[in-house]
Every structure is written in structure tokens, then in C-alpha cells.
Design a protein around this ligand. Sequence first.
Ligand code: COA
Length: 233
Amino acid sequence: MNKKEDIQFIVQVASEEHTQFAQLICDTMEDSAKKRGTGIAKRKPEYIIEKMRQGKAIIAVTSDGRWAGFCYIEAWEGKNYVANSGLIVSEEFRKHGLAKRIKQKAFELTRKKYPNAKMFGITTSAAVMKINSELGYKPVPFSELTQDDAFWNGCKSCVNYDILMRTNRKICLCTGMLYNPKEDEKKKFEKNLKVQNAKKKIPSKLSVPKSRKMQVAIGVKKKTKKDSLKDNQ
Ligand SMILES: CC(C)(COP(=O)(O)OP(=O)(O)OC[C@H]1O[C@@H](n2cnc3c(N)ncnc32)[C@H](O)[C@@H]1OP(=O)(O)O)[C@@H](O)C(=O)NCCC(=O)NCCS
């Protein structure tokens, strides 16, 4: 494996020039799902290509032009929900912080394209849960995610689909995670307000002690060094 410091990655919104990697991306997705023994919503190269052409995918490549990672975004229920899906990093480039960078870029792209949409994902991956949490996602029951049948139909190719069906789409092996922009804005607003209020409070170091206030009120002048010297003479 390459040394971390040797590799430079370019993480960007994918476009026509990256369609050459679609087959490799699909093969890597399928291969890693098999190795992990977990489910995955399979995607065809044509679907990946479409996402790239629509500017709804993030790709990471090395500075010498090798594919390194991928993820795409998809809107559901009109534009009320957006899923960041299909995250995959080439095996040789894992643990370089690449998934984190790809998800961050997908997050920014989604906020720009769909500023009012709730962002969500379903995953069994500990790494993805960690990344999502850092971005502000919260674990939620499936009932809080999109109820668009087309999204859940994507799970048909997953080995665990029977579980999802048995539970009436309530639970499965994946954890549902949601980022609600309105809640996040509210939290940021409240945090800001707290900071502003804290700034308004006079620090105890600078506030006048009670005894001094009393002296001022009754007109007692604070003794200076000069006054003390005079007293002693
Ligand atoms: C999951 C995956 C995308 C992670 O990619 P990556 O580039 O290695 O992840 P990063 O290096 O950005 O790591 C992000 C964080 O997750 C942690 N992490 C990475 N792999 C992990 C693992 N297998 N188990 C637990 N934590 C892991 C990292 O330590 C890092 O945490 P830190 O910020 O505290 O250091 C990659 O392993 C992969 O492609 N797996 C197969 C496909 C897959 O599972 N996709 C997710 C489908 S939802």
C-alpha cells in the first residue's frame, strides 16, 4: 500500500471525462459488498454515467489520473429528501480520509443544489456512520426517511431485502441517518445567541465589587498610596 503522504487526491464534482470509470466503480461496489457479506443497492454503469453527466456525483482521482473514490446524490419525493448514496473508495486508497472528503463535497453539493432538502442515507458501515455524524446527521427510524417507493425499491438487489419486507420497511440491518437543515440552522442560531448573551455579561474580573459600590455611594474616596504616606507623616 502507498504511504499516505505520497498520494495526492483530487475530489470534485464528476463530469463527462469521468464516465470512463463507471464500470470500474460498479465492479468495485459489487466486489466489496461480496467481501463484506453485506447488502448493497446494485447500480449499473449507465446509471453512474447519468449521475456524472447531471453533475450529481462526486469523484476522487489521484493526481496521476487513477480512480480513487465515488458517491452520488439523488433527490426523492420531489426535492424534499436527498440521499447521498453509493459511497465507495478503491481498496488501495482506503484509510486516507478520502471517504470523509468525498462525503463533505457531496454534502456541500447537496446543500447548494437542494438547500431545503433533508439529507439522508442508510448504511451498515461504521466508517460512514462516523462521517455522517460529523456532518450533523442523526440516526433516525426509517419512518423519518423518504417514503418514496422508488428509493426503497433500490434495496431489492440487497441480500437483506427480505428483512426489510418482513418488517414492513420499519427496520433492517442498515441504520437510517438524517440531516435536517432546519434543525441545524435552529441549533446554530441558538448557539450564536448564547455566545452573544455571554459576551454581554460583564466578566467578574471587570465588575466593581459590592464594597466599592457602597463606598462610591456614600462618597468615600479610595485611599491612594500618596494618601497613606501623608497619613503616616
Ligand atoms: C467505507 C469506506 C467508504 C471508507 O472509506 P475510507 O476512505 O477508508 O474512510 P476514511 O479514511 O475517510 O475514514 C473515515 C473515518 O472512518 C474510520 N474508518 C475507516 N474505515 C473503517 C472501518 N472499516 N471500520 C471502522 N471505522 C473505519 C476512519 O478511521 C475515519 O475515522 P477518523 O476520522 O476518526 O480517523 C470504504 O471502506 C469502502 O469503500 N468500503 C466498501 C464500500 C462501503 O462500505 N460503502 C459504504 C456503503 S454505505
